[in-house]
Design a protein around this ligand. Structure first.
Ligand code: PAZ
Length: 314
């Protein structure tokens, strides 16, 4: 079944309830950084859901935890970019990603003395916590990091378009790093039941429709001068580079970061119209906790700088 147009998608799906608040935040952030001639990276991160009911009990989801996006946001900040971190609610976020689960609580010492109770960081955890905390504080005190979140695929597209509308004013200083795992399929609004599906009605037959390819209007209309990097995830190595190249040919953007589900955290291929460059972590680097995103972002910043024809921001 062919997808409808992107215009139709926006006409049928209403904006999320917090949309105007987010739009104001995006507008203020972009205007402020544009005034200082800063670069802004929009980093999308995490997966989108496809609700099966309007009062959503069940939904179609995907694997993405936001590892790539949250790590990359930190590296863009280190390179002096302001960052819009557009992420799936409750997925990993920059800085706090280092202490997910019980890690943070395990670093703390509790001394219970009634009203004089104190909580301190264990001496051997200070070295781990302090540098992350320092970078977190620096990003926030500089007003360099804006978080906006989505859950469903339609919320994602509304936010993405709003972010682009605000970023357009930066021209080529805007960089889009589209690492979110966005559903290719959805159920049109008028086919979604209002209430929880009942098993008494029998097993439901659910017809998914194709989501329109938003990269097309994004590159050609919404941010025609921005530096756009998209991501391509496959599970079959044979499809990876051909599909990345096909995307570049079709949408005419700057780069596709190609990765396989099974190896995505230690191997990616940076595909540009001119070349392909493999980024591979060694076994030792993986064990030492090296982030592959440091190299991915470093290389993208280098190319973006070259594209702008000027020196690096940092
Ligand atoms: O969130 P994560 O680190 O587990 O995964 C990252 C990723 C595989 C979602 C990302 O690198 C990516 O390829 N995103 C685009 C997926 C796609 O729509 O093809």
């Amino acid at each position: 079944m062919s997808s409808g147009s992107w215009e139709e998608f926006f006409a049928v799906h209403l904006p999320p309830t917090d949309f105007e608040d987010n739009r104001s935040l995006l507008k203020e952030f972009c205007e402020r950084h544009d005034k200082y001639g800063n670069r802004i990276a929009l980093v999308t991160s995490g997966g989108t859901t496809v609700p099966l009911e309007h009062n959503t009990v069940r939904f179609v989801d995907n694997f993405s935890a936001g590892t790539r996006g949250s790590a990359s946001a930190e590296y863009f900040l280190e390179h002096g970019y302001a960052v819009i971190f557009m992420h799936r609610q409750k997925s990993l976020e920059p800085y706090t990603r280092h202490f997910s689960g019980q890690k943070l609580l395990d670093m703390l010492e509790l001394d219970e003395r009634g009203p004089n109770t104190t909580i301190t960081v264990k001496p051997d955890s200070v070295d781990v916590l302090a540098p992350v905390l320092a970078r977190y504080k620096a990003a926030h005190s500089a007003g360099a990091l804006l978080h906006v979140s989505f859950t469903t695929v339609s919320e994602y597209f509304w936010l993405l378009r709003a972010a682009c509308e605000c970023l357009a004013r930066l021209g080529p200083r805007a960089l889009l790093y589209l690492a979110a795992a966005v559903s290719d399929f959805y159920i049109p609004k008028d086919r979604v039941p209002t209430h929880k599906m009942q098993s008494a009605s029998g097993a439901p037959i659910i017809q998914l429709h194709l989501v329109p390819k938003m990269l097309a209007p994004l590159v050609s209309l919404w941010v025609p001068n921005a530096y756009v990097v998209s991501f391509k995830l496959e599970t079959d190595e044979n499809l990876l580079i051909p599909k990345a190249r096909a995307a570049l040919d079709k949408y005419k953007h700057k780069m596709v970061v190609a990765n396989l589900l099974q190896t995505r955290h230690h191997r990616v291929i940076l595909v540009t119209p001119e070349a392909s460059q493999e980024v591979l972590l060694t076994r030792e680097e993986v064990h030492a906790g090296v982030d592959i995103e440091a190299t991915i972002v470093g290389e993208i910043v280098r190319l973006h700088t070259e594209h702008l024809g000027g020196p690096s921001v940092r």
